[in-house]
Design a binder for this molecule. Structure first.
Ligand code: C5P
Length: 311
């Protein structure tokens, strides 16, 4: 028996970053937006004693860790433990389309998908509230991958409030060569703040809040207003660590994108386009520009992790 779950990637249309907390995290005003570019995770019952086995397919499969650091494996074990079950025997096959270490929460998405897939495979019927709790334990971005749509994440990003939205927006994602480490980008953000003399701790940096103009643009389904309100406090840090991303952002803007920003901690760059045809044109121009490894046109918002096949 096996269960396949489809799960979206995210882009942060606003990423407001507060100061460094005593626990090593930063308080965020994080407006998550789920896009159709996504992974699929298939959970298959394993033979007794085989434990958790991971597999991965897709062009970037080689960059996905297939050890116990993988959030899909950790999710399967965490769910089993929560139900008092022994080490599970399950095979988790990840069909990887989300850029790896790209700032689009691909690893977090696989963790969320594994929770949903194993819950269905083992017939546990875990309440949504418990799945969200386990997701937050796995990582700051994992709860959003369960919920999908558009949501404001507070705290370290795990306290979610779904946001009212209208319409569909068309996006392009420019995938860089190699990833960026999320902790390294947060550290660089702190370093740049220290260098600028503003201080970097949570007593020195004001707690961020969602931008009312951005929330109105989302509620109205107004792509032009959304493009004008895109904001990412981690962008200066990502550009500092990877200066070539400025060329990628420029190439997409010159190709007609309405707005551009680094996705989360990067290095993937995100572009808003006026419609599906414009998104395809921006993606083609980015691929031809030589400023990124590849580019994908997609759309959103889309729902969170959901079962697509049970066999
Ligand atoms: O929660 P997650 O495991 O995804 O976080 C990875 C790292 O990113 C954290 O250890 C921390 O360095 C950084 N982070 C942060 N503030 C957040 C979320 C993540 O500093 N709100």
């Amino acid at each position: 028996m096996s269960v396949t779950v489809r799960v979206p990637a995210k882009v942060n249309v606003q990423l407001g970053v507060g100061g460094l907390r005593a626990d090593g995290f930063h308080d965020l005003a994080n407006v998550f937006f789920a896009v159709a570019l996504g992974d699929e995770v298939t959970a298959t019952a394993g033979e007794p004693g085989t434990g958790v086995i991971l597999g991965c397919t897709g062009p970037d499969a080689g960059a996905v860790p297939l050890d116990d650091s993988n959030l899909a494996a950790r999710a399967a074990r965490l769910l089993a433990a929560r139900h008092g079950l022994a080490e599970p025997d399950v095979r988790l096959d990840i069909a990887k389309a989300i850029p790896v270490a790209g700032g689009m929460a691909g690893g977090s998405a696989d963790g969320a998908a594994a929770l949903v897939a194993c819950d269905a495979l083992w017939g546990l019927g875990t309440p949504t509230g418990v799945l969200l709790e386990l997701a937050a334990e796995l990582g700051s971005d994992v709860p959003f991958a369960l919920v999908g749509g558009v949501a404001l994440g507070r705290g370290r990003g795990e306290i979610l409030e779904p946001l009212p939205v209208a319409g569909t927006h068309h996006w392009v994602f420019a995938v860089a060569d190699g990833g960026l480490s999320t902790p390294a980008v947060f550290r660089e953000c702190d370093r740049l703040r220290e260098e600028a003399g503003t201080g970097s701790s949570d007593t020195e940096v004001p707690t961020p809040d969602a931008d009312p103009a951005l929330l109105a643009a989302l509620a109205d389904g107004d792509t032009v207003a959304l493009a004008a309100a895109l904001a990412n406090d981690l962008q200066p840090a990502a550009l500092s660590l990877r200066p070539a991303l400025a060329d990628t952002l420029r190439a997409g803007t010159e190709a007609g994108a309405l707005g551009a920003l680094v996705s989360g901690s990067g290095p993937t760059c995100a572009f808003l386009a006026k419609d599906a045809a414009a998104a395809e044109a921006v993606a083609a121009a980015l691929r031809a520009s030589g400023s990124c490894r590849t580019a994908h046109a997609t759309h959103g918002p889309v729902p969170g992790a959901a079962v697509v096949v049970e066999a």
